[in-house]
Design a protein around this ligand. Structure first.
Ligand code: SAM
Length: 536
């Protein structure tokens, strides 16, 4: 190339750089990526050492843009190419670290940030951001090993600011074939105490919107728009990331295809540190039909009965896909609940769980009689055959229960229903605490009505259990539930004790036990009272 051609090309490169700056300022990432792709191809095709020198910077600029549009594999590949040419290229290393952090590969991210810090040890300048990144990745690395949460500051501040960053965590659980014949399920690998986090994971995608409260039609349209936007985002991520696509393909399509449900994924698949290349896919094309079916069966609503959302802006309704929690089957006698924090879900034990027990949460309200629960599971596309349903359906006093159910539906005196059940249980010889808990949970509405009414309490107090023993009976059989927790707090409040300094240690401990079942262990024990104040 002669001098004239060279200066002409230099000018063209300069023009490309200025155009890139414009696109960067306007955050037009796709255009920016195309431009750098062009720049890189010119630089590689025409040899010259000057242009080759510009390559690592061009590659790391494209990597940054790819990271912005969440094309993580693309960003990592660009960083790798840049670092192959210049191993100590700071911008490429930084982008690599940030991408690894977003991919939850915390240890590798820490290592990369440490490398940058070492490289810059002798240079002047502000290393504050770098130190913050290193600290953040180290903190997440530690949390991903223990699952220990302490959201005290955020909660005590009334959930102000963005929600705290939580690390990906897989606790003492694994996916196995469900003994009950429900395909695969999640199982405890050791004894677990109530409140313990089992899985903490970020949504593949979460769709949020404000749904109108009034007006059925506009509500339906808003819901459809929200759903379409959500589906488009899932398809976009699936197209960009082979790992995500592979994970989505492990989930049930709801077709009860034995072949599909026999396939128990290796737990290593859920480990973010697993190398991208180990994710093999027979067909790299995204199967839209299959993904739509998966979303239908596995999406979770933030505001479900078995979930609590912390720090949510009012009015927002969220739907999301979380991979490992999608393996949790339904039970009317659940032992787990969910806590939604930002776009993360924390699945935690809502009562003590034994090693080998299946982890189950409720897909719908289980504080209703068995007939209603059957209708709801049908709407979800399955017939619930959980332990509680079998007990209630097969009990010899099934018909008598049915009559009580009808009387509750017709709005008969709640006190009579409660006393009818309490005395019925003696007559029917229902002795096991768990079975009593099952039946009481089925008639929860009647119990709650009585406990809330001073008049009814006066009338029936001698013939029904106290709120606390009722709540404990439910906790043992059906796990922690917000409504039960509220009932306990109300009762303690009524006694003028719960927030006062004098409320008894035993009662405080009891209230905390219910709090743990609902919120999990998200903060130091002494701060749990504040959650009661906010939610009680
Ligand atoms: C979110 S998936 C749960 C994981 C699923 N079992 C699997 O193998 O991938 C929901 C599906 O699991 C099955 N399922 C969950 N709970 C069940 C239950 N209590 N009884 C029967 N089937 C259940 C139903 O087919 C349901 O559509």
């Amino acid at each position: 190339m002669n001098g004239g051609e060279e200066s002409q090309e230099e000018m063209m490169m300069q023009q490309l750089r200025s155009r890139a700056t414009e696109l960067l300022l306007r955050e037009e990432w796709k255009e920016y990526i195309n431009l750098y792709t062009h720049f890189i191809s010119i630089s590689t095709s025409n040899g010259g050492s000057k242009r080759h020198k510009a390559l690592p910077s061009a590659l790391s600029n494209r990597a940054e843009a790819r990271l912005r549009i969440r094309d993580h594999p693309g960003a990592l590949e660009d960083c790798r190419l840049a670092l192959d040419i210049e191993p100590g290229h700071v911008k490429a290393l930084l982008c690599q670290g940030k991408t690894l952090l977003e991919l939850h590969r915390y240890a590798q991210a820490s290592e990369t940030f440490q490398q940058v810090l070492n490289l810059q040890a002798h240079s002047l300048g502000n290393h504050e951001t770098l130190r913050e990144l290193l600290e953040r990745s180290r903190k997440l690395e530690a949390q991903s090993k223990t699952g220990v949460l302490d959201l005290s500051d955020w909660i005590m501040n009334g959930f102000r600011g963005s929600s705290p960053e939580l690390a990906e965590y897989v606790g003492p659980v694994e996916v196995r074939r469900s003994m009950a014949g429900f395909g695969r399920g999640l199982f405890a690998t050791k004894n677990i105490e109530a409140g313990t986090p089992l899985v903490i994971t970020k949504a593949v995608v979460i769709g949020r919107g404000i749904l109108p409260v009034n007006g059925r039609e506009s509500g339906e349209t808003a819901r459809l728009v929200l759903w379409k936007d959500f589906v488009d985002k899932v398809l976009d991520v699936a197209r960009k990331c082979k790992r995500t696509l592979r994970l989505i393909y492990t989930l049930s399509t709801g077709e009860n295809d034995e072949g599909e449900l026999q396939q128990v994924p290796e737990m290593s698949l859920f480990n973010p540190n697993e190398e991208e290349k180990s994710f093999t896919l027979d067909d790299k094309e995204v199967d839209v039909g299959r993904i739509l079916k998966v979303l239908d069966v596995n999406c979770l609503m933030e505001d479900a009965v078995c979930a609590k959302v912390l720090g949510k802006k009012s009015g927002y309704s969220g739907v999301g896909l979380w991979i490992l929690p999608s393996f949790v089957n339904h039970s009317c006698s659940p032992n787990a609940r969910r806590l939604h924090i930002g776009d993360r879900v924390v699945v935690h034990a809502s009562r003590d769980v034994k090693a080998g027990e299946e982890i189950v949460f409720a897909y719908f309200d289980v504080f209703v009689p068995v007939k209603k629960r059957k209708e709801m599971s049908k709407r979800w596309g399955f017939q619930c055959r959980c332990e509680r349903c079998r007990f209630e359906e097969e009990a010899w006093f099934h018909e008598e229960m049915g009559k009580m159910e009808v009387s509750m539906e017709r709005g008969f005196n709640a006190g009579e229903v409660v006393v009818g059940l309490e005395e019925g249980m003696k007559r029917w010889m229902v002795m096991k605490a768990k079975e009593r808990g099952f039946l009481r949970a089925s008639f929860f509405a009647a119990y709650a009505h009585v406990y809330e009414s001073d008049k009814l309490m006066k009338q029936w107090v001698r013939r029904i259990p106290t709120e606390l023993s009722f709540a404990e009976s439910i906790l043992g059989a059906v796990g922690g539930d917000e409504r039960v927790m509220k009932l306990v707090i109300e009762r303690l409040k009524k006694k003028g004790k719960v927030m006062g300094s004098d409320y008894g240690v035993i009662e405080k401990e009891k209230a905390l036990k219910f709090g743990k079942g609902v919120f999990g262990k998200v903060m130091k024990k002494q701060n749990m009272r504040l959650l009661f104040e906010l939610y009680g």
